[in-house]
Design a protein. Structure first.
Length: 510
C-alpha cells in the first residue's frame, strides 16, 4: 500500500487568501463606517481611522492564519490518515484508511486563482466530529494526489465489468433551458423583491420605493399591476436561476475512474469534485420536479451511503449525478451508472388500486376547501367581498386539486427488475427510486384504519443509503406484501401473519 511517511503542512499561500478575504470584509464594512464618522471627525480623520483599524484587522487575521498553518500538519500512513492542529491545545485526529468513503475537492474563486483547493476527507458516518478531516488549503496537485491515493480500492466484481468505463456524461449547454422552470426561479424572484425592500429599509428609503411603485402603476388597473409585479419577479427569478445553474454546473462531467469510483466535477467560479465509491452505491433516484417534468426532463441523484453531512450536505445538489436533462438522457446515465443494459428507472411499473386514487382525491379536495371555507366564514362575518374571493378561490383551487390528485395517482407504481426494486410516487416532486435489493436492511409495513378498509398498505424498504426509506405508497395489500417478500426473500416472512389473519403494520428487519 502506498504511504507518505513525511508530515506535510498546508500551503503557505493560505495567508494571502486570508488577507484578501479579510480585506474585502474590511472595505465593505469600513466605507459606511467612515461615512458615518465623517460628520463628527471630518472626512480626512474618519478615513485615516478606518484605514488604520482595517489594516490592524487584516494583520491580526493574517498572523492568526500563519500560526494555524504552522501548527497544522498531516500525513498518509499505511493504515491511517493523521491530522495534528491547534496552538495551546493540540488536537490529534486520525481516520482509518479502510473507512474513508469520500475525498471531496473544492476550490473557491480566490483559491482557484492561486491554484489551491480545500480537501475534505470523510467516512460519511455522521456530521462533523471525528468523521471528517479538512485540509484548507493545499495545492491542486496535492488534492488530486490525495483523492487518488485514498479512494483507490482493489476492483470489485462489479468493477471488473469494463462496460460504461470512462466518461458517463458531460455538459450539454441545451440543458440550461430547464433552469427557469425549476422551483428555484420563483424562490429567487420572491427573494429579490424581499431583498429590495430590506435594503431600502436599511438606508431609510423604503417609503420612497413604495411611493415610486404606487406612482408607476397609478393609472393601471389593480389586476394588471399585480400581474406586472408577478411577471417582473418571475423574470428576475428566471435570470437568477440561469446564473445559479451556470455557476453550479459549468464544466460538468461524470466519470468512472479506475478503482470503481464515480466522480462528478462541476463549477464555474467555485469548482467542485465529488467522488462516490461504487462499493457504497445502492441505487439511483430519478427526480422530476413538476416544472421540469412538464418539459420532459429529470435529474439523477445517487442513493449511496457515506455522503458528506452537516455543512456539506446543505450544499445544493451534493449527491446529484446529473442535473436536469432530457428524460432519455437521465435514463441512459442511470443505466451506465448501474452498469446495466436497461435502465431500471424505465421499466413498466405495477399500477396501484383505484382506491388509492380516491384517497388522493379526497385529501386534495379537502385541502383546497379549507381556505375557501375560511374566506367564506370571514365573508359572512366581516364583508361580502371575501365571499367573492372565496368563490374565485374555489373556482381555481378545486380543479387544480383534482388535476394534481389524478396525476399523483397515475405516478404511483412499483416493480422488481434484476438487482433492483423500483418505487415511484409524487406529483409536485415525482421520484422514481431504483434501490439495489442487497441494500435493503429491513421492511416497514404500515396500514391505517382507512387504508385497511380500502385494502391498501404502505410498504417501505429501509436502507442505510440515501433518504433511508423508499415506499410503495397505497399498494394493494396482497400485492405490496408479495412485492416486499420477493424483493428480499426471507427478510419479511418471519413478520407475516398466517393467511386470513390480516396485515400486520409492524417494522421488519434482519
Amino acid at each position: 500500500m502506498t504511504t507518505d511517511d513525511d508530515w506535510r503542512r498546508l500551503d503557505p499561500r493560505t495567508v494571502l487568501v486570508t488577507a484578501q478575504l479579510t480585506g474585502g470584509v474590511v472595505v465593505g464594512a469600513g466605507v459606511p463606517v467612515a461615512a458615518a464618522l465623517s460628520g463628527r471627525l471630518g472626512t480626512g480623520r474618519a478615513a485615516l481611522w478606518a484605514v488604520a483599524v482595517g489594516l490592524l484587522l487584516v494583520a491580526v487575521a493574517v498572523a492568526a492564519d500563519h500560526v494555524r498553518r504552522l501548527r497544522t500538519r498531516y500525513r498518509i500512513g499505511e493504515d491511517r490518515v493523521e491530522l495534528h492542529s491547534g496552538l495551546l491545545l493540540t488536537r490529534r485526529r486520525s481516520l482509518a484508511r479502510e473507512r474513508i468513503r469520500s475525498v471531496d475537492v473544492t476550490a473557491r474563486p480566490l483559491l482557484r486563482l492561486l491554484g489551491l483547493v480545500t480537501v475534505r476527507i470523510g467516512t460519511g458516518e455522521h456530521a462533523g466530529g471525528d468523521s471528517t478531516l479538512e485540509l484548507d488549503p493545499v495545492t491542486r496537485a496535492e488534492g488530486d494526489r490525495l483523492r487518488r491515493l485514498l479512494l483507490t480500492r482493489t476492483a470489485s466484481a462489479a468493477g471488473d465489468d469494463v462496460r460504461h468505463e470512462g466518461e458517463l456524461a458531460a455538459l450539454d449547454l441545451r440543458w440550461i433551458r430547464y433552469a427557469p422552470v425549476s422551483f428555484v426561479a420563483p424562490m429567487l424572484g420572491g427573494a429579490a423583491i424581499g431583498g429590495v425592500m430590506q435594503v431600502s429599509d436599511w438606508v431609510g428609503a423604503q417609503g420612497e420605493v413604495i411611493h415610486w411603485t404606487v406612482e408607476l402603476f397609478r393609472d393601471v388597473p389593480v389586476r394588471w399591476a399585480v400581474t406586472a409585479v408577478v411577471l417582473a419577479a418571475l423574470a428576475t427569478g428566471a435570470l437568477g436561476a440561469l446564473v445559479l445553474w451556470t455557476e453550479m454546473w459549468w464544466n460538468y462531467r461524470l466519470v468512472r475512474e479506475p478503482g470503481s469510483t464515480l466522480r462528478v466535477r462541476r463549477g464555474l467560479l467555485t469548482s467542485r469534485s465529488i467522488s462516490v465509491e461504487e462499493a457504497r452505491l445502492r441505487g439511483v433516484d430519478l427526480v422530476e420536479p413538476l416544472g421540469v417534468r412538464l418539459f420532459g426532463a429529470a435529474r439523477l441523484d445517487a442513493i449511496t451511503t457515506g455522503l458528506a453531512d452537516g455543512e456539506e450536505a446543505r450544499e445544493a445538489h451534493h449527491g446529484t449525478l446529473l442535473p436536469a436533462a432530457p428524460r432519455s438522457v437521465a435514463d441512459a446515465v442511470a443505466a451506465r451508472v448501474l452498469r446495466g443494459a436497461v435502465p431500471p428507472t424505465r421499466v413498466p411499473l405495477t399500477a396501484h388500486p383505484r382506491a388509492a386514487r380516491g384517497r388522493r382525491l379526497r385529501r386534495a379536495v379537502s385541502a383546497a376547501l379549507v381556505p375557501v371555507a375560511v374566506l367564506a366564514l370571514l365573508g359572512a362575518l366581516v364583508t361580502p367581498v371575501l365571499l367573492w374571493t372565496a368563490l374565485v378561490c374555489a373556482a381555481v383551487l378545486l380543479p387544480l386539486a383534482v388535476v394534481l390528485a389524478l396525476d399523483a395517482y397515475r405516478n404511483l407504481g412499483h416493480a422488481l427488475t434484476g438487482r433492483h426494486l423500483v418505487t415511484r410516487s409524487g406529483t409536485v416532486r415525482r421520484s422514481t427510486a431504483a434501490l439495489d435489493r442487497a441494500g435493503v436492511i429491513g421492511w416497514t409495513v404500515r396500514q391505517s384504519y382507512f387504508q385497511r378498509r380500502a385494502g391498501l398498505v404502505d410498504v417501505t424498504a429501509t436502507t442505510a443509503a440515501g433518504g433511508g426509506a423508499y415506499t410503495a405508497r397505497d399498494a394493494g395489500a396482497s400485492e405490496g406484501l408479495v412485492f416486499a417478500a420477493e424483493a428480499v426473500p426471507g427478510l419479511l416472512e418471519p413478520f407475516l401473519e398466517p393467511a386470513g389473519e390480516g396485515t400486520r403494520g409492524a417494522p421488519a428487519g434482519g
